[in-house]
Design a protein around this ligand. Structure first.
Ligand SMILES: Nc1ncnc2c1ncn2[C@@H]1O[C@H](COP(=O)(O)OP(=O)(O)O)[C@@H](O)[C@H]1O
Ligand SMILES: [Mg+2]
Length: 354
């Protein structure tokens, strides 16, 4: 079902944990609330679940206002970071729990628990206890338990944070597969940008209780609305620049360090003399480049080898720049080497709200 939040506010004393949040999640979509610790993600998710009552604003599910509907009648299933399985109940009984609470018939319980365990690939694990299965399997039991009651909304609060890096990636793929198979509208809370990118149709980036930007993963990465979003979404070079000339759809800008480069302009036509904030992702900087709109002589200040990639810190006179290059077998560059670098006019992105 589609979810619509309008101007939601939730305060804890003087703290506005959720500050005027409006967003919509389409039916069957996977939506993430992404942001640093303390930005209000969990509070927003709990407000959607009905565990917390907002101070103002409305929540609608498929057009019906559910703001005042109590938690048990809201039909939203919440999965936490700590799976909160009952240790003294078998996997089967853990998954059956919600159905028993609803006094479903035994035969229906057998069928639906069986289907839920199949869905999370745990058929055959029903008689085990939570202590006898791995962390990833426990997480899948928690998912099966949430989904078995056929909720309208699946709410996931950092569900993968307790897993090690490899298992986390595996479970990421599993969650996406399960969500698509069931077609359930899902909201994930995470502080992990890769997780949000890998899973989401759309993402809301939150900061201090507010949504700074809502968009598809590529919007967030390539066209961040603010400096905060740009930095949260990955490594980035920032330039505070002054516009020198505007010609057609390009402008020539200058850094305080005296470097001039060209940027592509969208709709905006900034006036000469005005100041802009331009960001440039490190992978757009071509190290050893010959044919770019913007070319500079640089010196390598630092080299970080990352296997498939190398990150270079470059010095251009008084300006500094991060570059990231794929390791394609060319000779490695070392600290102190002089290199030609460059990037295309379209690679520099103006941040309107910075
Ligand atoms: N029950 C509570 N009582 C008082 N303050 C709270 C409570 N829960 C959360 N907060 C505060 O609200 C803000 C948002 O917290 P939270 O929603 O948990 O953030 P996140 O999940 O993004 O880490 C923080 O400043 C936190 O300290
Ligand atoms: Mg949280």
């Amino acid at each position: 079902m589609a979810l619509e939040l309008k101007s939601l506010v939730k305060r804890f004393g003087a703290v506005k944990a959720v500050d005027d949040v409006s967003l919509t999640v389409g039916d069957g979509a996977f939506f993430s609330l992404l942001g640093p610790s303390g930005c209000g993600k969990t509070t927003l998710l709990r407000t959607i679940a009905g565990i917390l009552q907002p101070d103002s604003g409305t929540i609608a599910l498929d057009g019906r206002d559910i703001t005042a509907v109590p938690v048990h009648a809201r039909n939203a299933a919440l999965v936490f970071q700590s799976y909160a399985l009952f240790p003294h109940l078998t996997v089967f009984e853990n998954v059956a729990f919600g159905l028993r609470m609803r006094r479903e018939k035994e035969a229906a319980i057998r069928t639906r628990v069986g289907e839920a365990l199949d869905l999370v690939r745990l058929a055959g694990f029903g008689e085990r206890y939570p202590g006898q299965i791995s962390g990833g399997q426990q997480q899948r039991v928690a998912l099966a338990r949430a989904l078995v009651v056929r909720p309208a909304l699946l709410l996931l609060d950092e569900p993968l944070s307790n897993l090690d890096a490899r298992l986390r990636e595996e479970m990421r793929t599993e969650i996406r597969r399960i969500q698509r198979a069931v077609g359930i509208t899902t909201i994930l809370v995470t502080h992990d940008i890769q997780e949000a990118f890998a899973l989401s149709d759309r993402i809301a980036v939150m900061n201090h209780g507010r949504t700074e930007q809502i968009g598809a993963p590529a919007d967030i990465y390539l066209r961040p609305a603010t400096r905060f979003v740009a930095e949260f979404a990955g490594q980035v070079n920032h330039f505070a620049v002054t516009v020198e000339r505007v010609e057609a759809a390009q402008a020539t800008v200058a850094t305080a360090g005296g470097h001039r480069f060209r940027i592509a302009l969208g709709e905006a036509r900034p006036a000469p003399g005005s100041e802009l904030h331009v960001m440039l992702r490190p992978e757009r900087v071509r190290v050893g480049a010959a044919d770019c709109d913007n070319r500079f002589a640089a010196e390598i200040e630092d080299v970080t080898y990352l296997g498939g990639l190398t990150v270079y810190r470059l010095r251009l006179g008084r300006d500094r720049l991060l570059a990231q290059a794929q390791n394609l077998g060319a000779a490695a560059l070392a600290v102190g080497d002089a290199v030609d670098i460059g990037w295309q006019a379209e690679d520099g992105v103006c941040l309107a709200g910075a």
